[in-house]
Design a protein. Structure first.
Length: 480
């Protein structure tokens, strides 16, 4: 804590806490992240407010005038006074506390303080936004709760925009490195805040996510103090993807591409970074892959080909990775069975889902585009290909040959995870003899509960997390 020395007619050299002391103690409570941290922070604040009230009365008695809270530099000496930093520390402590409803409680305290004319710093807004964003992405909660959390984050961001001037007043003195252009600093801070909200909608997985994120994106494009960047764009695309609307996701991508190609983004150094990159395209590819469109495999592959072409033309930020390729295979695995999947019947250059998946799989194994480590096949690839075989081939010798080949590839790559085992069981169906032959015995075919019972060479590159190792866990959704 810090020392204040006060001299009056009765006491000298009295050591007592000042604003900084109270703030440090309150922040320490918040840093514990314990369920009672918010309660203790509020108790400390009440003690500070009582101390302020007593000192204010003593100040009037001693100097014959009221203590000026709004212009403390005009006073004879300073007294303990709750300010924006103290209030912010209290709200942070409440928000950090591991208790149900902590964000709502912190938001209620914020509104109460703002209603009293208190000034809060940027840190508390960001903390509350992150808290609501975390709740919006909590999949254990129901869709309504996630929707409400993302909506409350949006309310806080709009409140922040309204309080922009007062926040600047209490923080400008502490900003370093932006003295010559303080506006740039605040544009970056406000953009960070709004990006948290757009990402909250993206994480919420609710059907309204795309519309709400897109609305914020459009507002950021038109608001002078907001400067959308690549994070904003990718989160908006992700929101449409999570809302199972690949058409809107691709429209957002093309909208930014058009702006860039027409020169509307070239003159602004900050906006040049909004140019779509591999993440942008991969997100749209995944949107197509997870959609219910009958042509999703062809569209996913079309976008992957665009990425490959742009990368070949020298755009380093367009280098695809294994996720982009796997998404195309996933699209095929969850597409309706094609009437014709004969590889030789391609006279018009139109490939069906099965052939697109096979071609993509071969490109991964052979590293056709020389992408190196970015294209190392993982267990998702092999599980996805087994799903393709199950969806698009009939039972018989040809199917068994393909199952054998893909499983052998997975074994050679050391990527026989629980995902591969579960999909292998699914594609083998009631053919227990085939499953036993592939796994190396009837016992493993019927009672395998962990991949650690398999040969080490088969599993050596599988991640150690339980979801990849425990076969009995319900985690066989490879359509990610």
């Amino acid at each position: 804590s810090n020392n204040n020395t006060t001299n009056d007619s009765t006491t000298t050299n009295i050591i007592k806490p000042n604003n900084r002391s109270f703030t440090h103690v309150i922040r320490a409570q918040g840093n514990t992240k314990l369920s009672g941290a918010g309660d203790r922070a509020e108790r400390i604040l009440r003690s500070m407010e009582e101390m302020h009230k007593r000192e204010k009365e003593l100040y009037k008695i001693k100097f014959g005038e009221e203590y000026d809270v709004n212009e403390p530099w005009m006073n004879k000496h300073n007294i303990v006074t709750p300010d924006g930093r103290v209030y912010s520390a209290v709200i942070e402590a409440i928000c950090y506390s591991d208790r149900r409803g902590s964000c709502d409680r912190a938001g209620a305290v914020m509104r109460k303080l703002l209603g009293r004319g208190s000034k809060l710093d940027m840190r508390v807004y960001i903390t509350l936004l992150l808290g609501y964003s975390r709740l919006a992405g909590t999949y254990s909660s129901n869709p309504r709760a996630r929707f409400e959390a993302a909506g409350k984050a949006e309310e806080v961001a709009l409140m922040l925009l309204d309080e922009y001037d007062s926040i600047c007043d209490i923080e400008n003195e502490d900003i370093e490195g932006y003295e010559e252009n303080i506006e740039d600093y605040w544009k970056k801070q406000l953009t960070i805040a709004f990006n948290i909200v757009v990402n909250a909608w993206a994480r919420s997985d609710v059907i309204e996510a795309g519309i709400r994120a897109d609305s914020l994106w459009q507002r950021m494009l038109s608001e002078p103090m907001l400067q959308p960047d690549k994070i904003t764009m990718n989160a908006t695309i992700k929101s449409w993807a999570r809302a199972f609307d690949p058409v809107k996701a691709e429209e957002t991508l093309n909208f930014v591409l058009d702006l860039y190609e027409e020169g509307h983004l070239e003159d602004n150094d900050n906006n040049v970074s909004m140019k779509p990159d591999a993440i942008s395209y991969s997100t749209v590819i995944t949107a197509w892959a997870k959609s219910n469109h009958s042509d999703k495999t062809a569209n996913a592959r079309r976008l992957l080909d665009t990425m490959l072409q742009k990368h070949e033309e020298g755009e380093d930020n367009m280098k695809p990775n294994i996720i982009s390729f796997t998404a195309v295979i996933n699209a095929a695995g969850y597409s309706p069975k094609d009437d014709n999947n004969n590889p030789e019947d391609d006279a018009f250059g139109v490939k069906d889902s099965y052939n697109i998946a096979m071609e993509t799989y071969e490109e991964i194994l052979n590293d056709t585009y020389q992408l190196g480590g970015r294209l190392a096949p993982d267990s998702f690839v092999f599980a996805a290909m087994l799903k393709v075989i199950q969806t698009h081939t009939l039972k018989g010798e040809d199917r068994y040959i393909m199952i054998q080949r893909i499983f052998d590839d997975a074994c050679a790559a050391g990527q026989v995870s629980s995902l591969v085992i579960k999909q292998l069981r699914s594609v083998c169906g009631d053919d227990k003899i085939l499953l036993a032959r592939l796994l190396g015995g009837q016992e493993l075919a019927e009672h395998l509960s962990t991949i650690y019972k398999l040969p080490h060479e088969w599993i050596k590159n599988v991640p150690k997390q339980a979801k990849f190792c425990n076969v009995d866990n319900n985690n066989d959704n490879t359509n990610y």
